[in-house]
Design a binder for this molecule. Structure first.
Ligand code: BDR
Ligand code: CA
Length: 316
């Protein structure tokens, strides 16, 4: 049985690949996509999500737009990494499926409550604003969700600041709410995603598929590589967000460590840091709801992504 997942995202080059992995892998069933202001404005990322699904031939997947800005703070966008459109460098088809009318937050609640308990996995790959609001509006979703597997945070590094990752730093109060609920959370942070580099070899495998979709993915990766070369100390871009989807598909693809995680809200230099307590021996599953992902099976990850792009490309 494929696992039902909802991706809450802000596409974004790597969010786009996360969507393609979910669409092209039979182990997951993408029941819907919700969007949140993050890498770019809400309007832009929502359009991008719809256009990516159109390019992947996934017109049956509903998209609902959520929160335009963080709960408390002023939003920040990542134009240096994702461009003015949020998905610069690629020409995508116009979406044909209309945007869902319902707000993402109420849609999420309804979608979770309408399904069997513990059947829906949430995969947030942007700031956690929508998820935090959903949990405040309908706390009963915490018990109904199977697990939350999110891209965000880091144990030993940062990108938006020396110690904070972009998704968490953009809306730390939302992250604080989400991490302090009792649902199982796997934090797929920068420690792991910095291993998921789209090298020239990986891109050549995608290009060799020769589909319209594979060409578009290569265009995206070319832009993403250049952005990471210009703005960060990376020769190849870390493709963060599909790592969270990959964990849902096959948890064996990464090693994780269970530990308490909380969010720094008041630091002069550390706001948005995901503070992971690794001091004690690893706690038992019933004593700690959070775990952090640390090591990725890089080859297995790219095999999975390349194959999903081939599957989706053949359909579209
Ligand atoms: C995260 O920030 C965004 O720019 C990416 O899409 C990813 O979700 C990495 O820090
Ligand atoms: Ca993202």
């Amino acid at each position: 049985m494929p696992k039902d997942i909802i991706i809450d995202c802000d596409p974004g080059h790597d969010d786009a690949v996360a969507l393609l992995l979910a669409v092209g892998n039979p182990a997951v069933n993408l029941i819907g996509v919700t969007t949140v202001g993050g890498n770019q404005s809400l309007d832009k990322v929502t359009y991008n999500a719809r256009a990516v699904l159109e390019a992947a031939g996934a017109r049956d997947v509903p998209v609902h737009a959520g929160c335009a800005r963080p709960l408390v703070r002023t939003g920040q966008v990542a134009a240096a990494i994702h461009g003015e459109s949020g998905l610069d460098g690629v020409d995508l088809p116009r979406p044909t499926r209309p945007l869902g009318e319902q707000h993402a937050v109420t849609w999420l609640i309804d979608a979770i409550m309408a399904r069997e308990p513990k059947s829906v996995t949430l995969v947030p790959t942007g700031p956690l604003t929508n998820i935090a609001l959903a949990v405040r509006l309908a706390p009963e979703i915490v018990d109904r969700v199977r697990e939350v597997v999110l891209m965000g945070g880091a144990v030993h590094t940062g990108n938006s600041s020396p110690v904070a990752e972009f998704n968490i730093k953009t809306d730390p109060e939302a992250a604080h709410i989400v991490f302090n609920e009792a649902w199982p959370i796997t934090m797929v942070g920068l420690d792991l995603t910095h291993q998921a580099l789209c090298t020239a070899e990986v891109e050549a495998r995608i290009a060799a598929q020769g589909t319209a979709l594979s060409r578009r993915v290569c265009d995206m990766m070319d832009f993403f590589r250049q952005a990471y070369r210009s703005n960060r100390v990376f020769a190849d871009p870390p493709v963060h967000d599909p790592c969270a989807v990959a964990y849902v598909i096959d948890p064996g693809i990464m090693t994780t460590r269970r530990c308490p995680v909380d969010i720094e809200l008041a630091g002069a230099l550390t706001t948005g840091m995901t503070v992971a307590d690794l001091r004690a021996p690893e706690p038992a599953a019933d004593a700690c709801a959070t775990q952090v992902a640390l090591r990725l099976d890089v080859d297995a990850f790219w095999d999975m992504v390349v194959d999903a792009i081939a599957q989706a490309g053949a359909r579209s």
